[in-house]
Design a protein around this ligand. Structure first.
Ligand code: SAM
Length: 222
């Protein structure tokens, strides 16, 4: 495990203590709404919740009548919170599955932790059946360029920032195409527009950053 991956894991072990299995802030609620609008009908499907965290998408997928949901993450304290799905502790860069095992792969807010976006796409495409769907989201590269970070406050109110890569949209497109995935839909959550829920200080934030895309959601088909 390289040093960045190790420190990412240590930070998520800490974050897991305050990471409930629901969209727990305005950005996550807007991201989830965008993802659910793009989500295919998963009834009766085998779905992989990749980098599942505490399992909010696993729960939603089972509520949408997926036949089987596998929740994979490399962080045990996150996985402990996943109640409904089958849980697997592994790296999302080396998936312990056979080719074409899943009808759908869902990955919320984690692409930026891929050590190489091309390798990530190839690995995801490998476990998808032909015609299967990949649905993923993450911080928008423009938000990262504007200085936004992936940060959280722990139980003692200390702030921590998790390192991640900002893969440009063209880079994601190229990686998808090289892996045999066709991007069907791409959706942005923009400050003050799709993301407009009130919270302390939000008026100023939405004014200062108005229109900045903060989340990118993508649906691709194999
Ligand atoms: C921001 S959280 C998102 C969790 C969940 N998908 C959600 O949307 O609520 C990112 C997750 O990615 C996981 N993660 C990061 N790098 C990973 C890797 N290389 N392999 C597997 N999981 C990873 C972390 O442990 C964490 O649970």
């Amino acid at each position: 495990m390289n040093a960045t991956v190790k420190s990412t894991l240590q930070l998520y072990e800490r974050w897991a203590q305050v990471y409930p299995p629901v969209a727990h802030n305005p950005l996550m609620r807007a991201e989830q709404q965008s993802m659910l609008q793009m989500c295919p009908d998963v009834a009766g499907s085998r779905v992989l919740d990749l980098a599942c965290g505490s399992g909010r998408y696993s729960r939603l997928l089972l509520e949408a009548n997926a036949a089987h949901v596998v929740a994979l993450d490399f962080c045990v304290p996150m996985l402990r919170q996943v109640s409904a799905a089958s849980r697997i502790c592994a790296s999302m860069m080396h998936l312990p599955f056979q080719a074409a095992e899943f009808d759908c792969v869902v990955c919320g807010l984690a692409l930026g932790h891929a050590t190489d976006v091309r390798e990530w796409m190839v690995e995801v495409a490998r476990v998808l059946r032909p015609g299967g769907t990949l649905l993923y989201s993450d911080f928008h590269p423009e938000a990262v360029r504007a200085g936004m970070t992936r940060s959280f406050k722990d139980e003692g109110d200390a702030t921590w920032t998790v390192p991640h890569h900002a893969y440009e949209i063209d880079c994601q497109r190229d990686a998808a195409a090289a892996a045999g995935l066709e991007i069907e839909t791409l959706s942005e959550v923009r400050m003050g527009l799709e993301l407009k829920e009130a919270f302390p200080g939000s008026e100023q934030i939405y004014r200062d950053w108005h229109g900045l895309p903060v989340v990118l959601s993508v649906r691709a088909r194999k």
